[in-house]
Every structure is written in structure tokens, then in C-alpha cells.
Write a protein that binds this ligand. Structure first.
Ligand code: HEM
Length: 338
């Protein structure tokens, strides 16, 4: 029989880490203290945040060195599994609202590589990063030559969820979600905000979910907010959807046997934008996922200590929910050099 897995595998010294990575420079490092608990933690967006390694947050849509690679991965996933992108019939106007809202923002933030012009319903869009020049008519799906949600999901690295506001609640009625952290759109589509958060520990007793829903329902058209969330992922794997669990689930256990654990374990940070769309009043929820290995984190001493302490202190129910319970002690010990 194989030896039982322990959480004390010998690990390499963090001092021998990789050179400072561009990814770490713009990482939205999510911890402001040496312990972490759930909270609504929303703030107006955009807004620059300086960190110990650089800065983030200047733009709602963040385009970085992984842009083409992430979008190619999304296209592959959608070709394999179309259920990752779904639009309930009543949400088609909301999808066009997303297109009308985001393309001008991107053109304004990245004028050297993107341009958007609009005359009435007639629009043109240029995206040099993808070699794309396109003319289309707002509301006319055939003018895009593809599903409008697949189109806009092909322009931004973020996953997209669209929440319809009705009967005093929010309903997840459309989305393009290829990079979910251990959930999946196919299961959640059509569900209420409170149901979606059903599996999350603590947030119901602490009334975080009900307060968050009330906050989102009160957003005014054009309001933009954001929050961060985090977990950990084995390897640079964006697709940790429950749909693909058989591909990545066992790694959470097997990684403990791997001496390359600090290179393989990644802090996964999500920057989530919450935007009330101007035309339809739909809540647009964007989730941008960043992955940085422990080796990269360790190049910033303040982060190395802080993440090490957060992982050591995190309550068991939260670690289990995040799926990091098997390896968090090893990760923490490596980061803290003990
Ligand atoms: C998970 C809070 C908005 C979908 C979570 C978690 C928290 C949370 C604390 C657990 C995260 C973890 O430990 O990794 C909030 C708050 C929000 C918000 C405070 C707004 C202010 C949204 C929105 C959606 C959403 C708009 C839209 C679909 C999810 C999903 C999960 C999740 C799918 C994973 C649930 C699962 O395990 O199946 N949320 N959330 N959240 N949230 Fe939210």
C-alpha cells in the first residue's frame, strides 16, 4: 500500500526562487492583515492600489501579458464544452448592454491597441491584440457572426456573470464562465444569489450574503464597484471548474509528494467587478483570475510572511471550503521558512 500522504513533505528553500516576475508586479495581493475572514469588502472602481511589489486597479478591464493565451484557452474550453457560456432568452438585451458598456471603456483605457466608434446603433471595433476589425449593429446578433456573449467573452480575460434583478432578488441568468474556482455555470445558471452562495461557510450566519444582495440591488445604473477574493490552485490552471474536476482534483493531494511544490502551488486572486449596466439595470459581475506561484510570492518578503501567516491561521472550515486543507500547512511552513 502507498505511504499515507502527510502535510510535511520536504520542500526547497524559498531563497532559491525564480527571478521577480511581471505577474507579481501587478498582482492584486488581497491581504491587508495577517489573518483573513470573509466580508463584503466592496470599494468603488477603478482606483490604483500600491502594493509592496507594484500596483494594480487603474482599469476596470485589465489586459496583461497573458491576454492572448487566456483568450485562446477560453476559446478551446468553449469549443469542448459549450455549457460554459449560457444566456437565458430574456437576457439577450443585457448581453448587448455589456458590449455597449465595455468596448468604449476598453478603447478609452487602451487607445494604442483598441478603438470603438459608434453612430446610432452602428459600431466599429478594432482590437490589434487579436488582429480584429469588426463592424456590427447593436442588438443584431447576426452582425457579429457569433453569440454576443461568446464575442464579448473573447475580448476580455474576465469571466462574466449577468444577474437579473426581479422580485427583490438577483438571479444568475447568463454567463461566460470558463475559469471558475471550483464551481460551474451549468449548475448555477438560473439560481438566486443566495442559493449560489449556499455552500459557502459562515457567510449566511454573518448575513454577508443578504447584505451583499441588498447592496447590489441598490446600485444605480453606471455604478462600478469591486472586491477581491482568493484561493489556491495547483499549477497555472485557470480552468478549475467543477466540470473539469477529474482533470485537476487529484493534484490537490498529489502535489504534496512533489518537491517542486512552491513552483506548483499558486495563490489565485480574483478581482471581481460589480457593475449596474446602464440600459437594462442588470448586474454585471466580472471575475478576473490571477495566478502567482509561491516561488514568485516569495520574491516579495512582506507577501511571503503575510501569506504564510494567513494560511497558518485560516480556520479549518474556510480552508476546507477553499479546497486547500491538505497542503496549506506545507505551503505556510515553506513561506515562513520553518
Ligand atoms: C463564493 C461573497 C458576489 C458568485 C463566494 C464566497 C464569498 C462570496 C465569501 C466564498 C469564496 C471563497 O472562499 O473562495 C460574495 C460577496 C459578493 C459576491 C460579498 C458581493 C458583494 C457574487 C456574485 C456572484 C457570485 C455577483 C454571481 C454569480 C459566487 C460563486 C461562488 C461564490 C459561484 C462559489 C460558490 C460555490 O462554492 O459553489 N462569494 N460574493 N458572488 N460567489 Fe460570491
Amino acid at each position: 500500500t502507498p505511504a499515507p500522504l502527510t502535510d510535511t513533505a520536504p520542500l526547497p528553500d524559498p531563497a532559491s526562487g525564480a527571478p521577480f516576475a511581471e505577474r507579481a508586479r501587478h498582482l492584486p495581493f488581497p491581504f491587508t492583515a495577517n489573518s483573513y475572514r470573509y466580508s463584503a469588502n466592496v470599494e468603488p472602481a477603478p482606483g490604483r492600489v500600491d502594493t509592496d511589489a507594484g500596483h494594480w486597479g487603474e482599469n476596470i478591464i485589465d489586459i496583461d501579458c497573458d491576454y492572448r493565451c487566456d483568450l485562446a484557452e477560453r476559446a478551446e474550453i468553449l469549443a469542448r464544452d459549450p455549457s460554459r457560456c449560457q444566456t437565458l432568452a430574456h437576457m439577450r438585451p443585457a448581453v448587448w448592454d455589456v458590449i455597449e458598456t465595455l468596448l468604449p471603456i476598453m478603447a478609452a483605457d487602451y487607445p494604442e491597441m483598441m478603438a470603438f466608434y459608434r453612430d446610432g446603433l452602428n459600431c466599429s471595433w478594432r482590437n490589434d491584440l487579436l488582429g480584429l476589425e469588426l463592424e456590427f449593429v447593436i442588438g443584431d446578433d447576426s452582425s457579429l457572426g457569433m453569440d454576443p456573449l461568446v464575442f464579448i467573452g473573447g475580448q476580455i480575460q474576465d469571466d462574466i456573470a449577468l444577474l437579473d434583478a426581479r422580485d427583490g432578488a438577483l438571479w444568475l441568468d447568463a454567463g461566460s464562465v470558463t475559469f471558475a474556482a471550483d464551481w460551474c455555470l451549468g449548475f448555477d445558471v438560473g439560481m438566486r444569489f443566495t442559493e449560489i452562495h449556499g455552500p459557502v461557510p459562515r457567510v449566511h450566519e454573518e448575513r454577508i450574503v443578504s447584505r451583499a444582495e441588498q447592496f447590489l440591488l441598490r446600485l444605480q445604473p453606471g455604478d462600478n464597484f469591486r472586491r477581491t477574493n482568493w484561493t489556491m490552485t495547483v499549477d497555472r490552471r485557470l480552468d478549475t471548474s467543477t466540470d473539469s474536476y477529474p482533470e485537476w482534483g487529484a493534484d490537490r493531494r498529489l502535489v504534496l509528494l512533489d518537491p517542486a511544490l512552491p513552483d506548483r502551488l499558486h495563490l489565485r486572486v480574483e478581482v471581481q467587478h460589480l457593475i449596474r449596466l446602464p440600459r437594462t439595470g442588470t448586474v454585471l459581475f466580472l471575475v478576473r483570475s490571477y495566478l502567482v506561484s509561491l516561488t514568485e510570492i516569495a520574491t516579495v518578503p512582506a507577501w511571503r510572511r503575510r501569506l504564510g501567516q494567513v494560511l497558518a491561521e485560516l480556520p479549518a472550515d474556510m480552508a476546507e471550503y477553499k479546497g486547500i486543507d491538505r497542503y496549506r500547512a506545507s505551503a505556510s511552513a515553506w513561506l515562513l521558512g520553518s
